[in-house]
Design a protein around this ligand. Structure first.
Ligand code: ADP
Ligand code: MG
Length: 368
């Protein structure tokens, strides 16, 4: 296994890239720690597969280096890098049985037959296919074939890393949860470095210890699920993660106060003068109905009961604001003001988070 370092990396699919827009992957420096489980999360087209294929060796980057440990593998192929990769759509040998498909990566490396049999049995049980080991792959559903692909990706214990590129796209929703749990169990047991690409925040947050969020060819934040929730470093992380995502409002900020469409919003930390596009961001979990005359005047559009809590959707000066309220909490008919928890309001300058001048006491962990 290996630590993977991306050094000054960038990639363009154009032969002669000139400006930033020509790069599918913008300048990137990043270290993937040995043995960690990462999710690579971002919207379609943001460069996730490009990055994964550079790590696996399917793609040679336009600029920069890829290191496994201290070894420069930038030009080494997938086999030399000793990587397993699972793609979005199944890659199986139709004429082989399920068992032979699973055994293939091991037999290919001349592993001992007794070991192969045991290992294949274990992986087959994990993907729920131990009852159909002797069936030919041809004629199986796409779903079953993808499970075989996943099994093949996981069968070798001696790989440097396992890369998954949206592997559960064709899997039915119940099995998705099951397989994700299995992947996590496999990670806990063998400690492979795993990078799991997805555009689905639930998948990312449940699978990974660390989530790498990409937006428009850049890594905008690497963090634990808690860090992404508490302090989104980029507005994209704020609104992409969370359900609903973070509220963002155009603002002017000075000292301990933000002004939003002429109304004051108190901030817990103080801020330097900011020159550029300024926004404040607050997650719906930290927005509440005001019980006095303070707070932003809003028009309540609707209240959705989603079981564990209610989502209140309101309008403020033409901008939407969402609040998450406790299940069953009464919303008076004349409610018309919303308040933000000051220590939970983040400030953004040109989409990047600005830390307060003086550190604010870390908010207490709470159930949200
Ligand atoms: P993701 O996996 O996040 O959906 P990709 O890495 O596949 O994103 O794509 C990133 C960008 O690079 C997109 O704009 C896509 O259109 C472009 N791209 C991907 N593959 C190729 C290719 N082989 N040739 C040219 N452009 C490509
Ligand atoms: Mg992709």
């Amino acid at each position: 296994m290996a630590r993977i370092t991306l050094d000054n990396l960038a990639h363009s699919y154009l032969p002669k890239p000139t400006d930033d827009d020509d790069f599918a992957l913008k300048q990137l420096d990043h270290v993937w720690n040995d043995g960690e489980a990462y999710a690579l999360l971002g919207a379609s087209g943001c460069g996730k597969s490009t990055l994964l294929n550079i790590i696996s060796g399917l793609l040679i980057p336009t600029r920069g280096r890829v290191l496994f440990g201290d070894r420069d593998v930038t030009r080494a192929d997938t086999v030399q890098r000793n990587i397993a990769q699972v793609f979005q759509f199944p890659v199986v040998y139709d004429t082989m049985t399920v068992g032979d498909n699973l055994a293939f990566p091991l037999r290919n490396r001349g592993m001992d037959p007794a070991y192969v049999a045991g290992r294949v049995q274990k992986i087959a049980a994990m993907i729920g296919m131990d009852q159909v080991m002797n069936r030919k792959a041809r004629g199986l559903t796409a779903d079953a074939k993808q499970k075989i692909s996943l099994g093949r990706g996981m069968v070798r214990e001696d790989v440097n890393a396992i890369l998954f590129d949206e592997p559960l796209t064709v899997i039915d929703p119940h099995m998705k949860w099951e397989l994700r749990t299995q992947l996590k169990a496999l990670h806990n047991e063998f400690g492979h470095t795993m990078i799991y690409v997805t555009h689905d925040q639930t998948e990312a947050l449940t699978f990974a210890d660390k989530v790498v969020v990409m937006h428009d060819g850049r890594v905008v934040q690497l963090g634990t699920p808690e860090e992404l929730f508490d302090a989104p470093e980029h507005t994209f992380v704020g609104y992409f993660i969370g359900s609903p995502g973070m509220n963002l409002l155009e603002a002017e900020v000075s000292g301990h106060m933000a002004r939003v469409a002429g109304h004051e919003v108190p901030l817990a930390g103080g801020y330097r003068a900011l020159d550029g596009r300024v926004q404040i961001g607050v997650r719906p979990e930290f927005v509440s109905l005001s019980d006095d005359d303070e707070g932003l005047p809003v028009t309540i559009r609707r209240i959705e009961d989603v079981g564990r809590h209610q989502i209140l959707r309101a309008d403020f000066a033409g901008q939407p604001i969402n609040a998450i309220l406790p299940e069953g909490a009464p919303v008076p008919a004349d409610a018309h003001r919303l308040k933000f928890r000051p220590e939970r309001v983040n400030v953004y300058l040109d989409d990047w988070r600005v830390p307060p001048l003086h550190s604010v006491a870390t908010p207490q962990k709470e159930a949200v």
